[in-house]
Design a protein around this ligand. Structure first.
Ligand code: FES
Length: 347
């Protein structure tokens, strides 16, 4: 193996990756534009590096109160299932491996690397380049985090698209945005309007549940008891979305909003600060794509993706966590309370 490529990729920090992604957004098909930004927040490079370089990983995992599947090593072929580009993964993976083995390194640039691999896969599969940029960026970040041998050893196999994902990109976009009809007298309804929440979960698969107008997303999820959610994900005691405190303290309920972020309530100061404390990097928008499901209220149908893990690492990884009054007394996890408290001390 030519390690030049890993050395090249390791030159870039998380901020550079996010800036590169930003510059490529206009070249990414709308079906994956939010999804790829969510994926990069679900699998932060600096957290992966902290876990890889620590002398005592078990201790760090405990310190960050990490729960669930927070590493890509065991999810190389599946972490990106909520991207349309997931269906091209086998070809993308092979093209990345070939690039890694033949990389010479002169004048290399991250955005150009992504574009060159996109070009190769596009020619081979006769696929529009806009559908490949996101999955290639995800593939290169996965290679960066897991290393070449582990990356190559993954089978590259993916499940066939199913449900809504088994449609054209435009149909997926349209369906994700579509509000439920409220019946012929729907225009008279106010508080009793019902909305659909479509979800993608690496643990529980894809599905949907109903929620009442202006209700918190997590409350709607809780009413759907059609499955034993805990069997699929130990964190899910009350529905497909893991919850614990329901007061913006524990960060367990974070989600990515694939479509319909504008139909959610504005992020509160407390929710924004808590996201920062936990290390979940949402933007400065009033209605960003990462939310706490116990806080965000919906006024329309939305599509979300549920991350397979949660933790508290914002201060240690990114620093500059703003001081905030916390009320974590409602959570049952003593360790979680202590970590959140220490994460907000002396900032
Ligand atoms: S359940 Fe604790 S922050 Fe939402």
């Amino acid at each position: 193996m030519n390690n030049n490529y890993i050395d090249f990729l390791n030159k870039f920090g998380e901020n550079h990756w996010l800036q590169t992604l930003q510059t490529l957004l206009s070249e990414i098909h709308a079906v994956d534009r939010s999804a790829v930004q969510i994926w990069f927040r679900f699998y932060p490079l600096e957290l992966a590096r902290a876990l890889q370089t620590t002398e005592d990983k078990a201790k760090l995992v405990q310190q960050f109160v990490l729960q669930g599947d927070y590493e890509l090593t065991n999810q190389i072929d599946s972490s990106h299932r909520f991207l349309y580009g997931h269906r091209f993964w086998a070809d993308v993976k092979k093209a990345i491996e070939a690039r890694a083995e033949n990389f010479s390194g002169e004048n290399a640039d991250l955005a150009n690397q992504i574009k060159q691999i996109v070009q190769t896969v596009s020619e081979k599969t006769k696929t529009d380049k806009s559908l490949l940029v996101a999955i290639v960026a995800v593939g290169l970040m996965t290679l960066t985090q897991v290393g070449f041998d582990t990356f190559k050893n993954a089978s590259g196999k993916t499940e066939k698209p199913r449900g809504l994902m088994n449609n054209s990109p435009q149909k997926i976009i349209n369906e994700r945005a579509k509000d439920d009809s409220q019946g012929i007298f729907g225009f008279l309804k106010t508080v009793d309007k019902k909305w659909t929440v479509r979800y993608e979960s690496s643990k529980s698969g894809d599905g949907k549940f109903k929620m009442t107008n202006d209700e918190e997303i997590a409350s709607g999820a809780q009413r759907d008891q059609s499955q034993n959610w805990r069997e699929a994900d130990i964190r899910c005691g009350e529905g497909v979305i893991p919850v614990e405190c329901r007061s913006a303290a524990c960060g367990t309920c974070w989600i990515g909003v694939l479509k319909g972020a504008e139909k959610l309530s504005e992020v509160s100061t407390r929710e924004r600060k808590q996201m920062k404390i936990h290390g979940y990097r949402q933007g400065d928008d009033a209605k960003p794509i990462l939310r706490l499901a116990c806080q965000a209220r919906a006024n329309g149908s939305i599509s979300i993706v549920i991350p397979p893990w949660n933790g508290v690492f914002g201060k240690k990884i990114y620093g500059n966590v703003a001081d905030v009054e916390l009320e974590p007394a409602t959570t049952s996890a003593k360790k979680l309370r202590e970590t959140i408290s220490s994460a907000t001390e002396n900032n």
